[in-house]
Design a binder for this molecule. Structure first.
Ligand SMILES: Cc1cc2nc3c(=O)[nH]c(=O)nc-3n(C[C@H](O)[C@H](O)[C@H](O)COP(=O)(O)O)c2cc1C
Length: 192
């Protein structure tokens, strides 16, 4: 993945295209004092207008507690070169360690949510405000409304589909196993 590409704003109309194909994400939060980041495989867009997203998060996670405390979170979309970071973020807990500090994870702050850390090595970012959420067993389905979206230049192509050939994404198979999304196939137009 290019490392020196500029970060550009993504129109909120197309925010759902940053997640519509089901990549694993990193969810970044803060408790007001310390940033945190965790891996979340269970994530999906729920509405285009307003742009709304859902994450299934364990209620014991520091991530969940931070979101309930501040009312906001970041969705960061990692590329295939970030498996080590993803596994670390999904194994260590912010209850015990400052993951950003321990692994020197570079971050920048949100445009609309200026206290929100965003993982700079990722390819796209959504800044979300918490909206009413639901219970799902030992998880909570945490819902967020995006107030800003951004990406590395070239992540979305002219037709607003993700450029998987240049920015291959991670999809979780289980344990330490991932599927890499790196090749598109295009269906023929449907004739009705
Ligand atoms: C690849 C991967 C995917 C994960 N997906 C989820 C998920 O969808 N929901 C969840 O609650 N935890 C998920 N986890 C577990 C959390 O990321 C993990 O418990 C993390 O340590 C929580 O950190 P925190 O306490 O700092 O929030 C996943 C872990 C890995 C490694």
């Amino acid at each position: 993945m290019p490392t020196d590409t500029e970060i550009i704003a993504v129109d909120l109309e197309w925010a759902y295209r940053l997640l519509g194909f089901g990549p694993l994400v990193l969810v970044s939060t803060t408790d007001g004092m310390r940033p945190d980041v965790s891996a979340i495989a269970w994530c999906c867009p729920c509405a285009k207008e307003p742009p709304t997203f859902a994450l299934a998060i364990g209620k014991g996670h520091k991530t969940y507690q931070n979101i309930m405390k501040t009312g906001y979170f970041g969705i960061n979309v990692p590329t295939a070169d970030l498996t080590d970071l993803v596994l670390y973020a999904g194994t260590a807990s912010g209850h015990r360690v400052d993951k950003f500090d321990a692994r020197r994870i570079p971050y920048h702050l949100g445009q609309q949510l200026p206290s929100l850390p965003l993982v700079s090595q990722c390819a796209a970012w959504l800044e979300c405000k918490l909206i009413p959420s639901s219970e799902a067993g030992d998880n909570s389905v945490v819902m967020g409304r995006a107030v800003a979206a951004s990406s590395r230049a070239g992540v979305l192509l002219d037709d607003h589909t993700w450029n998987v050939e240049v920015y291959p994404t991670l999809h979780h198979l289980g344990g330490r196993n991932f599927l890499v999304g790196e090749r598109r196939v295009q269906a023929a137009p449907v004739k009705l």
